[in-house]
Ligand binder design. Structure first.
Ligand SMILES: [Zn+2]
Length: 390
């Protein structure tokens, strides 16, 4: 195992208040020592111990790699026309998912592998070093298990989302589809996933159906996470908190009781501004959640229908501009928040013992992620202690 030291970091986000100032644990003129896959030391640059290799950050900012805790990367096909139509005035509904289901079922394994690899690499170039991805465009036991096996070859975390929409073959028998998801499909998929997810929304699955699917998954050792309250008010958030889901995702339409539930439980509110951006919808109110005491994560929701971005810096910028988050809160939510939404304590922070996932920004401060929207600021990335060529 070799070691390396990153010196002369102008501003270092550790996400560890014990190491520096404020909730971000900010350090100025800092250094990070990497030993093998992990962070070995963090402190003042002048006091940095020697290492096998040295990298001079020359005053630039360093943050933990982004943790994208919500994406849908196992798909084929293209929905440019749907996006174009929506931007020309048509409303977004969950129905467009069927287009991607047909294309994904028809795709070869090689094609799906290539697609996932492409989007994971795209995310890495933008600073994402941990990524979750889901099934959900197969909707048969065979196609869902195939999607999860392919996802597991590329992503850090894999989620079974057989309950994305009711499969087209079951359009007239949604109860039959829930039986399929909680029976043969779960049998085929449970070995390949850590998480079980449901799109709990009008037009997809109601509260009772979502409860049946999440509890069946939990009985097989999968931990729940829920697509909740994206398109309107509904039972998703309350159900997520009740079942101690790791995350309630979207959280766009919340009652006061929903906000209180999130603030009182350990379920993370994962906000996905790319979805509102790409559907011209109203953004979730992050300020309301944070002020109530809820834990907030930011994620891309990268998918071909409603949020075709893999860019965490873009999500940070939108969250600051339109969701009333401060730059510090948004960067924390995109790193540590994502780690909490995945119940991981080895990523999302830069402290001794953490995974050495390090992002150097071509900027003096992490604030530039919001201050300079759309500018490719990521200039170097280490993942598991290895410098990536980006
Ligand atoms: Zn999603």
């Amino acid at each position: 195992m070799s070691s390396s030291v990153i010196t002369r970091i102008g501003s270092l986000v550790t996400n560890d208040p014990a190491l520096g100032e404020g909730p971000l644990g900010l350090l100025e003129d800092a250094a990070v020592v990497i030993d093998g896959e992990h962070v070995a030391w963090v402190g003042p640059s002048a006091a940095a111990p020697a290492a096998d290799e040295s990298y001079d950050a020359a005053g630039r900012a360093v943050i933990p790699g982004f943790v994208d805790s919500h994406s849908h990367l196992v798909f084929a096909g293209d929905r440019t026309r749907e996006f174009n139509a929506r931007m020309s005035g048509q409303a977004y509904t969950a129905g467009g998912i069927r287009t991607t289901v047909a294309a994904t079922r028809a795709a070869s394994d090689d094609e799906l592998h290539a697609n996932v690899a492409r989007y994971v690499a795209e995310a890495l170039r933008q600073g994402t070093t941990t990524i979750e991805t889901k099934s959900g465009y197969g909707l048969t036991p065979h196609d869902e298990a195939r999607a999860l096996r392919i996802a597991g070859d590329h992503a850090d975390e894999v989620t079974f989302l057989g309950a994305h929409i009711v499969a087209p073959e079951y359009a007239d028998d949604p109860a039959g589809y829930v039986d399929l998801v909680t029976g043969p499909m779960l049998d085929a998929c449970a070995p390949y996933a850590r998480w079980v997810d449901v799109f709990c929304e009008r037009g997809a699955f109601d509260g009772d159906q979502a409860r049946a699917i999440l509890t069946a998954g939990a009985a097989r050792g999968l931990v729940p996470r829920v697509h909740a309250n994206q398109l309107g008010h509904g039972p998703g958030v309350q159900l997520a908190v009740e079942l101690d889901a790791a995350s309630a995702d979207h959280c766009t339409h919340l009652t006061d009781a929903d906000v209180d539930a999130l603030a009182g439980g350990r379920t993370v509110a994962t906000l996905l501004p790319g979805a509102e951006f790409s559907t011209r919808a109203v953004y979730p109110d992050a300020r309301r959640l944070i002020d109530a005491g809820a834990t907030v994560a930011l994620s891309t929701d990268c998918n071909p229908g409603s949020s075709f971005t893999s860019s965490m810096p873009f999500c940070v910028a939108v969250a600051v501009r339109d969701m009333r988050m401060t730059p510090d809160e948004a960067v924390r939510a995109a790193t540590l928040g994502g780690a909490l939404a995945l119940r991981r304590d080895d990523v999302g922070r830069l402290a001794p013992g953490a995974r050495a996932d390090v992002v150097v920004l071509d900027a003096p401060s992490h604030v530039h992620l919001a201050y300079r929207p759309g500018v490719p600021l990521v200039s170097a990335v280490w993942r598991r202690g290895v410098r990536e060529s980006i």
